[in-house]
Design a protein around this ligand. Structure first.
Ligand SMILES: [Zn+2]
Length: 512
């Protein structure tokens, strides 16, 4: 089946038309970088978060979760380096006053990738190429650094002492709470602490719909290991044969293409430095693929020397091929003991833990920090699910059943026969105890199937005249349009199996 590539603007239009995502406060002209999730979007977003939490917290014995506050003591951001270093290069047009982000100007105007550039490099490149204002063509002013944190005031008096920040990442709350969580959850190394929550970045120019927003949600894990046991990854055998598209720093330097290889090879050739890093890269990739994303649309890319953050020893991004190019989905950095040490220094609190084996106090290392934007995951699943079906002449949103905003549609074949509508309502009431369902009796059955396909409803249950006689109904599969006849008493069991991935054709009597 043909799968035409949607642009990001077309995806934004589709999301708005179908009730997934709206521009925030559009009746007032909106506000750049802020979006609202509609009745279907909120379900999809919640399902993504639920699946992530289930996989990385609830089904594991080595990771626990927290839910931290958005506003925190501003010292947290001094210790983390954000007050000093969380900046972008900003340039103003001398004539029209328009503001631009330095790295984006370079990418747009000079077609040079800025992924490996420091803020100083960005400023230099702008000057060297004498980049002009894209709006009016005039000269640009001196590049300035601009801190991306949103500020606010705590309490009724707006003085400097009351200034605080909206958190630009969830990670630091994990470090600040580290000691309490470790002790109370009785965590033994290696272990992780996970969090899902809002973060805020005052992006100079938000763009590409949900890709670069000013208010967004993160799903993050800080994974801690013993500083002397960084090579002991007890889960590595689970992923040794797992294959990924790989683009190392060296391959980038030599202008080589990405190459598909198993984790085993990445480790043997020392392309990925630590087993833990390799393990987490594979695990995060697998999470997407298990939920229906196309493995070929992903690659892992190592940061080149210049783009490593101030705290990171080695960073790999999990990237996805968006319509606007390969972009970061998830940054997985090795943060060493940088954060815990910083917080120990600034807070004068001992955050080390006691190692039973060596009877010594140690400061654990964050071997890997898988950090995923919820909205970027949302885009991935939407792009990979979207398909225009020429034969049906409508869009079919092939979301994984675990992610579908609405799992089941219940349709009485006709709306003017009371007994049929009543039976359909009874079935609907029963099914919605277990799944998200919708009840639709308007328009032809074909039209209702098309509407269901477009919003990704996984199965449609149709109640017709015969249902009153034979106590059976018809189930239609979204992906294949296959239809089977099933006894009402078996309906729930059949749907459960179908949602679990069983072939619908084998679960009932085929309907021509
Ligand atoms: Zn200008």
């Amino acid at each position: 089946m043909e799968k035409p590539k949607l642009t990001i603007d077309e995806m934004a239009a589709f999301c708005k038309r179908k009730g997934f995502v709206y521009p925030n406060s559009e009746i007032y002209g909106g506000i750049a970088g802020f979006y609202d999730f509609g009745h279907l979007g909120v379900e999809l977003k919640n399902n993504i978060k639920k699946e992530w939490w289930k996989t990385f917290v609830q089904q594991r014995e080595d990771i626990v979760g927290i839910d931290g506050s958005i506003i925190t003591n501003p010292m947290v951001w001094k210790a983390s380096g954000h007050v000093e270093g969380f900046t972008d290069v900003l340039v103003d047009c001398k004539k029209c006053g328009s503001r631009f982000r330095g790295d984006q100007l370079i990418e747009d105007k000079l077609k040079i990738a800025t992924a490996g550039m420091s803020t100083d490099d960005v400023a230099q490149e702008l000057k060297r190429h004498k980049v002009k204002c894209p709006k009016c063509g005039s000269e640009l002013g001196e590049p300035n650094r601009f801190n991306l944190m949103f500020t606010t005031n705590v309490g009724p008096v707006q003085i400097t002492a009351s200034a605080a920040y909206l958190r630009p990442e969830t990670a630091q709350i994990i470090f600040a709470d580290f000691k309490l969580v470790q002790e109370n959850a009785r965590l033994k190394l290696p272990f992780g602490i996970a969090q899902i929550g809002k973060a805020f970045r005052n992006e100079i120019s938000p763009r590409d719909f949900l890709f670069r927003m000013r208010e967004f949600e993160q799903m993050e894990i800080e994974y801690f290991v013993h500083p002397e046991k960084q090579e002991e990854c007890k889960f590595i055998d689970d992923v040794m044969d797992y294959e990924l598209n790989v683009l190392s720093a060296e391959m980038q330097k030599e202008k080589k293409n990405m190459q598909k290889m198993p984790i085993k090879e990445c480790l043997n050739k020392k392309i990925i430095k630590t087993k833990w890093h390799a393990y987490w890269l594979a695990s995060m990739h697998k999470w997407f693929v298990d939920l229906g994303a196309d493995a070929e649309h992903f690659r892992i890319r190592q940061h080149v020397k210049d783009e490593l953050s101030h705290y990171a020893l080695d960073t790999w991004d999990l990237e996805y091929e968006f319509p606007f190019g390969w972009k970061e989905l998830q940054g997985l950095s090795n943060r060493t003991d940088f954060d815990l040490k910083q917080h120990m220094g600034y807070s004068k609190t001992d955050l080390s833990i006691f190692d039973e084996e060596t009877k010594k106090k140690i400061i654990p290392h964050v071997i890997c920090e898988p950090s995923q934007g919820v909205e970027r995951a949302f885009l991935v699943f939407m792009f990979d699910a979207y398909e225009y079906d020429k034969k049906r002449e409508n869009v079919v949103l092939k979301l994984h059943p675990k992610l579908c905003p609405i799992k089941i549609g219940v349709f009485p074949l006709v709306s003017n026969k009371k007994e049929i509508v009543e039976l359909a309502k009874k079935i609907h009431n029963e099914l919605k105890q277990e799944w998200t369902c919708t009840f639709d009796l308007s328009g032809s059955i074909g039209r209702r199937y098309a509407r269901a396909d477009e919003i990704g409803i996984y199965a449609c249950v149709t109640i017709d005249h015969e249902s009153l006689e034979d106590e059976s109904i018809t189930i239609r599969a979204r992906d294949t349009t296959e239809q089977v006849r099933v006894k009402i008493k078996d309906l729930k069991e059949v749907l459960r199996k179908f949602m679990d991935g069983e072939n619908l054709g084998k679960l009932g009597e085929n309907v021509e």
